[in-house]
Design a protein around this ligand. Structure first.
Ligand code: BES
Ligand code: MN
Ligand code: ZN
Length: 505
């Protein structure tokens, strides 16, 4: 799909535009946004609303062929809800409807002329990014592993967003950002959807190296020997049962000022989580190939910010391995020594994500980070708590961390990829007491997502840190089984906002 912007004004009227289709918005109250008015010279649009052919309710559509009011071959009317200002939710439904209809339209090119500047609390750039993402999400297919590929969908191949001259620059930049974000999400989805016999730790490391070559990202991959030298006893304990070698990926996008402290992303990269000796039940175990979606979202975010040439220093760190049972696997009861020196009693080998993350969180101290955000499909308990709507957001509760939490929450809202804040308190830390080591790796059934975060918190004392539990949001089960690409939109928007703040300093 090819996206561009086109400037329209009184001289270059939208009614005169040549295109296979022009999509314009309509309101339930019968009022027409500017573009719809311009195409209503013969009253066709008004008549369609009056007759009830289209209600104007958010996301409803009506396709009109050979319209009298426009040179274009078709007009697609799209409902935007009651009236201006348009809610971001209603705009999103309209954008999704347009994406769906465009993908099976007998036209190759189209113009989208929605009131991009009429959305409550959002700007033109937001609207255009949203539309690009809706179109790309609609087109996404994963058939790499099928012997017969689905035929490429027909439909609209070229989309131009109609904007005023005043908005042209912002709109053009937004198209670039939307495409970069969609490319990042596609990478994340592909990695999540690939089977674990292909997408193993080495595959993730090679993906990072390839990104590095393509976009000039610095990439370093540490192997088992180097991890042993770093004394990552906790991470390495998870790899004991697997024949696949572990990898520790470090990526650097240094787009900011040399002196600026980096923002660090850490992603859980368990390419298959069998549970280890604390073996998971068989049914649905295939879904544990998605246990590297934290890693995949760090890779996808790097792809997006690199393509955007984001002016910010960002470091990505990915500990990646398999969690498998074997005669050499870590046993429940084993005590391991983490890179931080803290000893950990492994009471359940299925609580492995925190064991690989804690060493990565100690490793990143060396970067003197401005902030560290780890991203992990960490707990089933987070799905119980928040379902599939919100990622769980955990930080300490002080001013610096409240500010970081606010940045992440608001980025999530902007990107339509929301998170919900959960508590971290000393009372929960008590559940992690071990009779034999400094800390246990599980805290019992109550508040499982919180005790997991509390475990990580013990390794993050030296910097400002947040943890995103994406167990419920990174993929869908059931008929639509597959990776969602979340939380790449949240993370990318968070970094864009930080880059803006840094350049304003
Ligand atoms: N990868 C899982 C968490 C998970 C479960 C993600 C379901 C997505 C869907 C994690 O490694 C795990 O197994 N966690 C255990 C922790 C428990 C043993 C304390 C869990 O959630 O059951
Ligand atoms: Mn597990
Ligand atoms: Zn896991």
């Amino acid at each position: 799909m090819d996206f561009s912007t086109k400037t329209f004004d009184s001289k270059n009227a939208i009614a005169q535009a040549k295109a296979g289709c022009i999509a314009v918005g309509v309101f339930e109250n019968g009022k027409l946004p500017q573009a719809a008015q311009a195409l209503d010279r013969k009253g066709e649009v008004t008549a369609a609303l009056k007759s009830g052919d289209i209600s104007g309710k958010p996301g409803t559509t009506l396709l009109m062929r050979d319209p009298d009011g426009a040179v274009a071959e078709r007009i697609l009317l799209v409902g935007l809800g009651k009236e201006e200002p348009i809610s971001d939710k209603n705009y999103s439904s309209a954008a999704q409807s347009i994406a769906r209809i465009f993908s099976s339209l007998g036209a190759g090119d189209a113009i989208v002329a929605l009131p991009f500047d009429g959305i409550a609390n959002r700007d033109v750039a937001w609207a255009i990014r949203n539309s690009v993402l809706a179109a790309r999400d609609n087109l996404y297919r994963f058939d790499d592993m099928k012997s017969t590929k689905e035929p490429a969908p027909g439909g609209v191949r070229k989309v131009a967003f109609a904007v005023s001259a005043a908005d042209a620059n912002a709109a053009k930049a937004a198209v670039g950002e939307g495409v970069a974000l969609a490319n990042g999400m596609d990478l994340t989805k592909n990695l999540g959807n690939l089977p674990p016999n292909i997408c193993n730790p080495t595959y993730l490391a090679n993906t990072a190296k390839k990104l590095g070559k393509e976009y000039g990202i610095g990439v370093e991959v540490l192997d088992r020997k180097q991890l042993q030298a770093l004394k990552m006893g906790s991470f390495l304990s998870v790899t004991n049962g697997s024949d696949e070698p572990p990898k520790f990926i470090v990526m650097k996008h240094m787009g900011g000022k040399a002196k600026d402290a980096p923002t660090v992303l850490v992603g859980k990269g368990i390419t298959f989580d069998s549970g280890g000796i604390s073996l998971k039940p068989g049914s649905g175990m295939d879904e544990m190939k998605y246990d590297m979606c934290g890693a995949a979202s760090v890779l996808g975010t790097f792809r997006a910010i690199a393509e955007m040439k984001l002016k910010l220093n960002v470091i990505g760190v990915i500990p990646t391995c398999e969690n498998m049972p074997s005669g050499r696997a870590t046993r429940p009861g084993d005590i391991v020594t983490s890179m931080s020196g803290q000893t950990i009693e492994v009471l359940n080998t299925d609580a492995e994500g925190r064991l690989i993350l804690c060493d990565a969180l100690t490793y990143v101290e060396r970067f003197k980070p401005a902030a560290v955000v780890d991203v992990a499909t960490l707990t089933g308990a987070c799905i119980t708590a928040l379902g599939h709507h919100n990622s769980g957001l955990f930080t300490r509760h002080d001013d610096a961390h409240d500010a970081l939490a606010e940045q992440l929450l608001s980025a999530g809202k902007t990107a339509n990829d929301t998170a919900w804040r959960m508590p971290i308190e000393d009372s929960y830390q008590e559940q992690l007491k071990s009779n034999f080591a400094d800390v246990a790796n599980i805290g019992g059934p109550p508040a499982g997502s919180i005790t997991a975060a509390c475990f990580l918190e013990r390794f993050t004392k030296k910097y400002t840190w947040a943890h995103l539990d994406i167990a419920g949001t990174a993929w869908k089960s059931g008929a639509a089984k597959g990776a969602t690409g979340r939380p790449v939109p949240l993370l990318t928007t968070f970094l864009i906002n930080r880059a803006q703040a840094a350049s304003a300093k």
